[in-house]
Design a protein around this ligand. Structure first.
Ligand SMILES: [Zn+2]
Ligand SMILES: [Zn+2]
Ligand SMILES: [Zn+2]
Length: 785
């Protein structure tokens, strides 16, 4: 029996080879019908024998092209269309791709940039192929997207490929529905597409037959080569050459922050790192993020690549050019770090690169396909067997986070959330979609701040969103906050930092109602104007209650205390034991840390704190980690954000040791203060007994976990809530997050963590957007009732 079905598919299904895929699926089964692009995705009409149509419907989502992401799939019965007898019109006797009407508004999701596919690689390394060794080979399943789009709709004239008219051979592929390059907008070849050139350090083109081979010689000679990638420039050196790594560190003024390392393939990664199944999958995914993996020892990668760190950031080649560099050079590994000075945004334009990377690179391997929007590499790590975002950028942006409902409800308005100050991202919502920007960076930096503007403007343009609500952090000094407060024409709403963290976790897990939220991080502005960071909230999207927090201590010197963890150790010791801790009155305080303190400096610090001069109060969890790291002798000063906390985590011994330092919960005005006094008492005892740092670090982590579980139990008794959300930068600590999640689950809680967006401040904008939308709805309801 003949049947006809209408299938609506929504999600990322345009510009990713979806129509040719459906065409092949239908014609291969001799089914008749049509497919057309719509504003939501595609509509398919399919007709034929019931069984074959059923088979088609079942295969359709399962075998979709790699870049497609189906978010909606509905099948409806429709009446059959009679077979046409008229020979002139064979339309209903086959399967046709119906082109969208001229001028019809086609709005759909844009695909991110993804790694070159195996089919293209096979062609590129085939001497007989017309694209042999062509560094810009791509097809509908792979290549650049987001970073080459100027405007929508996404077709060639709206991209930076507009200046390269296709040659007849490329055009034939482009127009053939059965070809892998049907409507592949960046399609190109040696005859018509972009080219690679090698420039010297002053930006002068080097005349040579093979720029890639020349660049490889430079790398072999231990030089620094700037390589233009998908979302910006990388600075590359041979990762197995310690002198080259040292040279790059010196020039980049990056003292100890780890460098990312690109290896030729999966086997190459296995040689230097320990990989489990989850890591293997992420590493080889089409998004090709940097994955933090445990180093194997001994290693051919010098320690200087990631000093004092058990982990190494590894990624695989993702542009054809990367593959050619490895094939030509035979490298074990290349350091591939963002082409910038520390903390500035990544350089994208050829001339900009020459200017900004002056003195950093010896050669520039450039090309003439413009990158219209910078996009750093994404960074992920596996915790609890699940891959998690630490920096969500290339390969993922602009795929939205899919929400449970439109956060603005029946209003159907859009929210722009401008994020925090460090690791900034912005977020735009439209219906059930929350679009997070790529990693923008630290806004204190002037270059990043102008990129912040660019990112908002670009995302609003390509998504056609005009936000009615703008959400910002409460911190009055954040650049993003200052920017938001200058905007007119939209409703402005401030959102508390830790509330936003918990809302971000709730949003990606599709939670409603209220939860117990642990928001642990370094710094966030509190509603009492103190610096928060060790917060336990009872929260919904609309509002929150501060149910408990780490006890306040002084942050002596403000920002200086963040750079110099020894100050935090002094602050905690003075807080718990008084300034007499210096007098060695307590035997337990006779520790190497106290003995090596510079007395005049400490006296000054103590006076500052006593008089409350430049010493704000803080309940920061990050600063507690800093204090402990300094006290046990791991680190007194940091060279990059969270270094002390990271090294304290790295020190956790692998023993079966299950003890933890106790915390004390002190009730105060309807909430609990988490006192660290007993923790420090026992930690000092252990230091006095010369226990290994690994054991102390482990006990410190375990103690925090047990204290938090106890607190969750108390809150469950009080509120009957049993769902717990974990968010904030501290949860980038794998030992802490895995253990807390496990212990809370054992205690009968339902635990939710962040995977899709970072738990650190990179995920803040998502939470801000949801909170602002909920508050606006509540406000309007209150107004109309
Ligand atoms: Zn391809
Ligand atoms: Zn061509
Ligand atoms: Zn935060």
């Amino acid at each position: 029996m003949e049947v006809r079905r209408q299938i609506e598919v929504s999600g990322i299904v345009q510009g990713v080879g979806f129509r040719p895929y459906v065409y092949r699926l239908a014609t291969g089964r001799h089914l008749r019908g049509t497919i057309r692009n719509t504003s939501a995705g595609v509509t398919i009409e399919i007709q034929g024998p019931a069984e074959t149509v059923q088979d088609f419907v079942e295969h359709l989502p399962a075998e979709a092209p790699p870049l497609a992401r189906i978010t909606g799939f509905t099948v409806n019965e429709v009446p059959c269309v009679a077979m046409q007898i008229d020979d002139d019109d064979e339309d209903d006797q086959d399967f046709r791709i119906v082109h969208s009407h001229e001028g019809e508004e086609v709005r759909t999701l844009i695909s991110p940039d993804v790694a070159v596919c195996p089919d293209c690689l096979r062609e590129m390394f085939n001497p007989k192929d017309r694209r042999h060794r062509y560094p810009f080979i791509n097809c509908t399943n792979c290549g650049p997207r987001f970073t080459i789009i100027r405007n929508i709709p996404y077709d060639r004239p709206s991209t930076s490929m507009a200046v390269f008219p296709m040659c007849p051979a490329c055009l034939t592929e482009y127009e053939n529905p059965l070809d892998r390059r049907f409507h592949a907008q960046p399609n190109a070849c040696w005859a018509c597409g972009p080219r690679v050139e090698l420039w010297d350090k002053s930006g002068k083109r080097i005349e040579c037959r093979d720029p890639i081979a020349e660049a490889v010689s430079g790398l072999h000679a231990g030089l620094v080569v700037a390589v233009k990638g998908l979302g910006g420039f990388h600075l590359a050196v041979d990762a197995t050459n310690p002198a080259a790594v040292a040279l790059l560190r010196r020039r980049k003024r990056r003292v100890e922050k780890p460098f990312a390392v690109m290896v030729p393939d999966f086997e190459g990664a296995q040689k230097i790192c320990i990989l489990d199944e989850a890591a293997r999958t992420v590493l080889q995914s089409i998004q090709r993020p940097i994955v933090l993996l445990e180093k194997k020892t001994p290693s051919m990668i010098p320690d200087a690549v990631a000093p004092f760190n058990r982990y190494l950031g590894i990624f695989l080649p993702y542009t054809p050019l990367h593959h050619l560099l490895f094939a030509e050079g035979g490298f074990t590994a290349l350091v591939m770090t963002s082409g910038n000075l520390s903390e500035e945004p990544i350089a994208i334009d050829n001339r900009e690169a020459i200017h900004r990377l002056k003195g950093l690179a010896d050669y520039f391997l450039v090309h003439n396909r413009d990158i219209l929007l910078r996009c750093d590499d994404s960074v992920m790590r596996v915790a609890g067997g699940v891959p998690r975002q630490l920096r969500r950028s290339r390969g993922f942006v602009p795929v939205p986070v899919f929400l449970k409902d439109d956060p603005t409800g029946a209003n159907q308005s859009s929210v722009l959330a401008v994020g925090g100050e460090l690791k900034n991202t912005i977020c735009l919502t439209k219906g059930k979609h929350a679009f997070l920007s790529q990693h923008v960076g630290d806004l204190e930096n002037a270059e990043s701040y102008s990129f912040f503007h660019e990112a908002i403007e670009h995302l609003e343009r390509i998504l056609e969103i005009r936000p009615e609500i703008i959400a910002y952090d409460l911190h009055p000094d954040y650049f993003s906050t200052k920017w938001a407060l200058q905007q007119s024409g939209a409703k402005l709403l401030g959102v508390q930092h830790h509330h936003a963290h918990i809302a971000s976790c709730m949003a990606e897990n599709h939670l409603e109602g209220r939860v117990i939220g642990f928001a642990l991080d370094g710094t966030g502005y509190g509603t009492d104007k103190n610096i928060w960071g060790g917060e336990v909230l009872i929260a919904g999207y609309e509002d929150f209650e501060r149910a408990a927090h780490l006890e306040n201590v002084r942050l002596p010197g403000g920002a200086a205390a963040i750079r110099e963890p020894w100050r935090m150790a002094v602050s905690y010791l003075a807080h718990h034991f008084g300034r007499e801790f210096l007098g060695m009155k307590f035997m337990k305080l006779d520790t190497p840390f106290v003995r090596q303190l510079h007395r005049p400096k400490v006296d000054l610090l103590l006076r500052m704190m006593e008089q409350g001069v430049n010493s704000p109060l803080t309940s920061s969890c990050g600063r507690l980690f800093d204090a402990v790291a300094a006290l046990v002798g791991i680190r007194q000063q940091v060279n990059y954000e969270a270094q002390a906390a990271i090294e304290l985590e790295m020190a956790v011994g692998s023993s079966e040791e299950d003890n933890g330092y106790p915390l004390k919960l002190l009730p105060e005005n309807n909430h609990w203060i988490i006192s660290t006094r007993p923790l420090f008492e026992e930690l000092l005892d252990d230091l006095g007994r010369n226990l290994p740092v690994g054991t102390i670090s482990r006990r410190f982590h375990n103690g925090l976990v047990e204290g938090f579980v106890e607190l969750a139990r108390l809150l469950r008794e009080k509120t009957a809530l049993h769902r717990v959300c974990l968010s904030g930068g501290t949860f980038h600590n794998v030992y802490l997050s895995e253990r807390l999640e496990m212990r809370l689950s054992e205690a009968g809680f339902e635990v939710f963590t962040q995977k899709e967006v970072p738990s650190g401040d990179g995920g803040l904008s998502l939470g801000q957007a949801l909170v602002a939308a909920a508050r606006m709805r509540a406000w309007e309801l209150g107004f109309t009732c």
